[in-house]
Design a binder for this molecule. Structure first.
Ligand SMILES: [Mg+2]
Length: 174
C-alpha cells in the first residue's frame, strides 16, 4: 500500500511551547517538554514506514536541541526550518523545500498531509499547496476558528496519536 507522507510542525504540535526554556533573552530554545504521545507518534510513523518531515518556523538549533533531548531528532526524513529558508509558513517556499528534500513534485501532493496547530500558518500554507491539512486543535494559545476559507482544515485532531487512525483511513483511499 502507498504510504502517506507526513509534514509536521513542532511548536504546540509535538512540543509544549509553554515549557520552552530559552537561552537568556534570545530566541534559542534550549529544552522543552513534548506533548503526551508525541514521541510515540514519531516512533510509530517511522516503524510504519511513513516518511516524516519536520516543517517548522524558528531557529535550526532550537529544534535540534529539543528533538535530540527526546531522542527523536534522527527519526525525521528531513528538517525544514524557516531560519534556513528565509521565510516562514504559510509561505509556499517552506512547503516547496519539504517537497524538494523528498524528491517530490506537485503531482505528489495527494499523498501528503501537513499537521500543525496554527491555522494561519500550517493549515493555510498546506491548503494553498493542495496538501491535505490536519489541524492539531488542543491549545488555547492559538485561534481555533479559521478567519476565512483559506484557513479551513481538511481534518481536525486533538491528540498526537489520533493521527495514526487518520493516516490508516487516508491510505485506504490512496
Ligand atoms: Mg506550531
Amino acid at each position: 500500500m502507498e504510504k502517506i507522507i507526513v509534514f509536521i510542525d513542532s511548536g504546540d504540535t509535538l512540543v509544549e511551547e509553554k515549557t520552552e526554556v530559552y537561552e537568556g533573552q534570545t530566541e534559542l530554545v534550549l529544552s522543552a517538554d513534548l506533548r503526551p504521545g508525541a514521541k510515540e507518534l514519531i516512533e510509530r510513523l517511522k516503524k510504519r514506514g511513513n516518511p516524516v518531515i519536520m516543517v517548522a518556523d524558528g531557529l535550526r538549533q532550537s529544534f535540534i536541541n529539543v528533538h535530540t533531548q527526546h531522542g527523536i531528532y534522527d527519526l525525521y526524513d528531513g528538517h525544514i526550518y524557516s531560519e534556513d529558508v528565509g521565510v516562514h509558513k504559510p509561505d509556499k517556499r517552506m512547503f516547496q523545500a519539504a517537497l524538494d528534500v523528498c524528491n517530490l513534485t506537485e503531482n505528489d501532493v495527494k499523498k501528503i498531509i501537513m499537521v500543525g496547530n496554527n491555522l494561519s500558518r500550517d493549515v493555510k500554507g498546506a491548503n494553498e499547496m493542495g496538501i491535505t491539512s490536519v489541524f492539531m486543535s488542543w491549545t488555547d494559545r492559538y485561534p481555533k476558528e479559521p478567519v476565512d476559507q483559506s484557513e479551513k482544515p481538511d481534518y481536525t485532531i486533538v491528540e498526537p496519536l489520533e493521527l495514526l487512525d487518520l493516516i490508516d483511513k487516508l491510505e485506504k483511499s490512496l
